[in-house]
Unconditional design. Structure first.
Length: 572
């Protein structure tokens, strides 16, 4: 019996990422057609450019397009996209040296239903560009104009002259944007250093649906401006800021939290936070589920204890750099962690093994734990060890005392681990890593870069789900690399930068066996000859990016040849 197309669409839609459509599309023409219609997002890179017209026809239901590592003419590509008739709602043109004004105007002439636009880290962004954004896409709900690149606007000595000031974002541009975008829900203004409180006034006065504001590193926005925005924006759910409390916290700012009845996410990173402020936030009885106090100063255990006792429904907690925390204090705080799914305790140098395994044992919903640059590996394990199948990610990098015994215990406690990062953990050897890999068969991403104790990593068992292996600077050799190629069939990204023992023979073993490989970094692998690159590109069509060994420079003709085959080859 043959299933209707709608049934197959429902089945395929359960796949978590469109990369899993590729093998399905090879089964038959019908599956190819179904997966083509189900795909919603496309990332455009330099290798994509030549086949882009075909891709825009192949995937008629694309709603999201993002540009990454793209060095072509952005205006001309946006013009091409405008002719496609796609139901585009989200566009990411971040990290480009020039604002694509002509391209966006062309796109707006055909597609005016855009609801999300990311222009972060873009060069030469200015007020007139923001006004054009508002005119072109009045339906925008999410806008990111954070951290524009102002380098071109400054004189060689670093001073800002009268001509260059016209090339910066000011309150005038924010007013023009806010006046046009009446449906705006989220905006990130971070890094726009010349906007003032007036920008927040414009947003809170014109954008009645505003729920999220990002204002990190906005030097001229004051606590009074933030307080006014909180008071006037009744729907505000998220606010991200930093540098609060220098030199002191304003009373108006403190009182504003009593008006933030909808606030769910609060980020006060890199601020001077008093216990008084934490107590006021606690007493405001907010629907808070995300709290970020990363690298904040001045607050104490008493302040954070009182706040967490009031917000026991928190799902996301970031206390990075809270150096007063120790194992005993985490045991006390863990009483309020029943709903936590994410916790960051990196740079809390007094925390040891006890904290890690108390968290896994006492936080039943926890899925991500960050404990980089702590004191893991020190102290004995807790007397009672509880298996926690919910933990999916452990980020434990830069813990010099972390050892194989701790790794083995972690693999026992977290059997469903998918992401493990132990970068720069010099006390770990291949024995500990192999124990984790044997026990945690769900591993998708393994970061073991600069682990000096890992001398080799020969595999004699399958890793069916490993997709990313970052093994920078290891003493890995060709035999180990060949075993990785044979046992990791789904490997898509491999970083071997600085692996001096690797030669072309080991690389060949990976290329032959890893049919899904998309990216390979061979920088500083000086025993790998550049002559192998053409064979790599032709033998493995899935490759999209290769970073060459240092000193290897492809000619323009070679680079274009590789691009025509869909692979960007970068100088080491």
């Amino acid at each position: 019996m043959e299933l209707p197309e709608e049934c197959w669409e429902s089945i395929f839609s359960f796949l978590e990422h469109h990369r899993y459509f590729e093998p399905l599309s090879l089964v038959c023409k019908r599956f190819l057609s179904i997966t083509n219609h189900l795909r919603r997002s496309l990332t455009i890179t330099d290798p994509t450019l030549e086949s882009l017209p075909h891709l825009l026809l192949r995937f008629p239901n694309l709603t999201t397009i993002a540009f990454r590592d793209f060095h072509g003419n952005l205006d001309s590509v946006l013009s091409l996209i405008s002719q496609s008739g796609l139901p585009l709602t989200s566009l990411d043109v971040s990290c480009h040296k020039c604002f694509p004004l002509l391209g966006l105007k062309c796109l707006a002439s055909k597609i005016r239903i855009l609801t999300e636009l990311n222009c972060s880290n873009i060069g030469s962004l200015k007020d007139s560009d923001l006004i054009e954004i508002g005119n072109c896409f009045p339906s925008l709900e999410v806008v990111d104009i954070s951290y524009p690149d102002h380098g071109c606007g400054f004189s060689p000595n670093g001073s800002l002259d009268s001509k260059s000031f016209s090339g910066l974002v000011t309150d005038y541009g924010i007013l023009g944007l806010a006046s046009s975008l009446t449906r705006l829900r989220k905006i990130d203004l971070s890094g726009n250093t010349f906007i003032t409180d007036q920008a927040l006034v414009s947003l809170s006065s014109n954008c009645m649906f505003l729920t999220e504001i990002g204002i990190r590193d906005c030097d001229f926005i004051t606590q009074n401006g933030i307080a006014l925005a909180i008071r006037k924006t009744g729907n505000l759910k998220s606010i991200f800021m930093n540098g609060i409390g220098i030199p002191s916290i304003d009373v108006c700012f403190l009182d504003s939290f009593s008006y933030a009845r909808s606030l769910c996410e609060l980020d006060l990173s890199n601020s001077f936070i008093s216990d008084e402020l934490l107590c006021l936030v606690a007493e405001a009885n907010l629907p808070l589920n995300k709290l970020v106090l990363s690298r904040c100063f001045c607050f104490t255990f008493d302040g954070i204890y009182f706040l967490l006792s009031k917000y026991q429904f928190l799902a996301y907690l970031d206390l990075e750099g809270a150096n007063f925390l120790n194992d005993e204090s985490i045991i006390e705080l863990a009483k309020f962690f029943g709903n936590l799914t994410f916790i960051n305790l990196s740079l809390c140098s007094k925390l040891t093994n006890s904290t890690l395994f108390n968290l896994t044992g006492n936080c039943p919903l926890l899925t991500i734990i960050n404990m980089e640059r702590t004191n893991l590996g020190v102290e004995a394990f807790p007397a009672e060890i509880v298996v926690n199948p919910r933990v999916k990610s452990l980020h434990l990098g830069w813990n010099n005392n972390l050892n194989d015994e701790c790794m083995k215990m972690a693999s026992y406690v977290c059997p469903n681990l998918e992401v493990l990062d132990v970068t720069y953990c010099s006390g770990i050897t291949e024995e500990g890593i192999l124990e984790v890999l044997k026990s945690c068969v769900q591993i998708r991403c393994l970061e073991i870069s600069r682990c000096q104790g890992v001398n080799n990593l020969e595999l004699d068992f399958e890793l069916p789900k490993l997709e990313v292996l970052l093994a920078e600077g290891l003493a890995i050799n060709d035999e180990a690399l060949a075993s990785i190629g044979k046992r990791c069939g789904r490997l898509s990204r491999l970083n071997l930068e600085g692996c001096l023992n690797v030669t072309a023979r080991g690389v060949e073993g990976v290329i032959v066996n890893c049919k899904a490989l998309k990216e390979m970094n061979l920088r500083w692998c000086n025993n790998v000859s550049v002559d192998i690159v053409a064979w790599m590109v032709l033998s493995r069509p899935s490759l999209r990016k290769i970073t060459l060994p240092c000193g290897s420079v492809p000619t323009a003709n070679q680079r274009n040849f590789f691009l025509r085959h869909g692979c960007l080859v970068c100088q080491g």
